[in-house]
Design a protein around this ligand. Sequence first.
Ligand SMILES: Nc1ncnc2c1ncn2[C@@H]1O[C@H](COP(=O)(O)OP(=O)(O)OP(=O)(O)O)[C@@H](O)[C@H]1O
Ligand SMILES: [Mg+2]
Length: 234
Amino acid sequence: MLEVAHLSVWYGVTEVLRDVSFSLPEGSVVALLGGNGAGKTTLLNALSGILKPKQGEIRFDGKPIHGQHPHDIVRQGIAQVPQGRYVWPNMSVRDNVELGAITRRDWAGIRSDQDQVFGLFPDLSGRREVKAGALSGGQQQMLAIARALMARPRLLLMDEPSHGLSPRLVAEMVGTVRRLHSEGMTVLLVEQNVGVAAALAEQAHVLRNGEIAMSAPGDQLLRNPELLRSYLGR
Ligand SMILES: Nc1ncnc2c1ncn2[C@@H]1O[C@H](COP(=O)(O)OP(=O)(O)OP(=O)(O)O)[C@@H](O)[C@H]1O
Ligand SMILES: [Mg+2]
């Protein structure tokens, strides 16, 4: 579904991603691990069109999407759940969710997707008129996922969804991703939590200093000392 080939991204004179290649089969969950500053968010931002790669190709359903405007990429079915939840604190839960549909014009479809999304997150459903800033961290993470789903994506890019959540809420988030996966969603999951990646991903890639340092099946992550060394950058 997604193919990334020889991607490099620069910030000014600094090369932050170097010759990154991987692919994401339709219906899979693939994890991208790596320490702080490894280039994980940069990679997601290149996929969603926020950053323009200097070299390389990104193909979605066989069609090149690198260099396209973020709105056009969202319309083709790729939505990002940004790092740090990033909800609008002074807007209601309902309005935050509606913002996820900003690229759509099919009003009836938007309304029915909204009902579906609130069905998926009952905690949010009862708080539609509450300001997003008044939600707990876990609820804000769910809201960020709910907002992304309103774009009706086929590929969800998630940037450290477990960060800052209690173990109970991490388990809830894992359950949500499992459910989306079972309904056919393809997910690229950026994580620093190896346990979460191992629980969800079929395949994992470790990014270090802007390069894929190694790749392994998800179920081998916790038994692979080489990976952990590489992951920790030692
Ligand atoms: N706008 C920017 N301008 C210049 N350098 C940047 C910019 N954004 C990020 N960087 C640098 O690019 C590198 C990769 O950053 P990125 O945010 O992609 O890492 P990350 O893996 O997502 O880290 P984290 O786990 O902390 O979120 C880092 O060295 C960072 O300092
Ligand atoms: Mg990041």
